[in-house]
Design a protein around this ligand. Sequence first.
Ligand code: ADP
Length: 313
Amino acid sequence: MIEVRDLVKRYGDTTAVDHLSFAVEPGRITGFLGPNGAGKSTTMRLILGLDRPSSGSALIDGLPYRDLRDPLRYVGALLEARAVHGGRSAFNHLLYLAQTQGVPKRRVSEVLELVGLSGVAKKRTKGFSLGMGQRLGIAAALLGDPKILILDEPVNGLDPEGVLWVRQLLKALAGEGRTIFVSSHLMNEMAVTADHLIVIGRGKLQADMPVGQFIAQFSDTAVLVRTPEAEALRAAAGERGWTVADTDLDGALIVTGSTAPEIGELAAARGLVLHELTPQRASLEEAYMELTRETGEFAHRPAPAWGGADGRA
Ligand code: ADP
């Protein structure tokens, strides 16, 4: 288990990590989510003992990283996928790491197989694509067969096939009881990968809860409705306690607190004509943007008007 307690890291005037406390439990994927500049990488570096906290602590099974016996076999990390000597082959890169960690040579072939790089094991990494580089970085993190994995934005720049591959690998590793701590700035990716979410903005904790709870709590089910009988629909929806908002889309309404089937059935029961009934996508991403708004290094622009997410605005 990873435990972060009242962790603070300042760089001059910048507070990169601001009194952060959370725990990362084994046997599940914990997504570490926040906009660029939120403090994710800094927190991971502090956990790995690569940087000293200004105050607070980051412990791995009760110990600071530097006090772990055999840390590289205990914790595997991918922080900067490109930190590879380009002139070496994938095999030699991993062999070098294995030798410095006291890991047997046969493990190199095993992890190359696991990440799907056996076919290019003897090729120099200089010619590797971003995706191959990420796979090699993950192979390096897995070398010591660690029970804890810390991965910083492992799917950044990957094609959809690579993203899916990382997702499936992480799920399998968590299923073996390992602790998986993986960062991303993408809400939708984490929503389908992680079991648990820790969301930060400007170094501060914004949310720490199971993904299902996050989705239920922060995604509004919003439905776009067009009807020539707007006032009657507004009144009927109001009786049910649903919220109806006008949009700038020529008379369309946005109903929240309900679902498209419920609205359709209400309209039918009241004999109201509907011209359109469309559930709005991407409301989870918008909720996340809202939660972390103005907490990113480059504060988000306001979310687009309703409909913007599906290209209507
Ligand atoms: P994230 O990983 O969420 O994108 P980072 O942890 O990289 O965020 O950065 C958090 C903040 O700390 C940013 O404002 C960043 O500019 C600053 N920062 C990170 N590392 C350093 C450093 N070595 N020196 C100065 N500022 C830093």
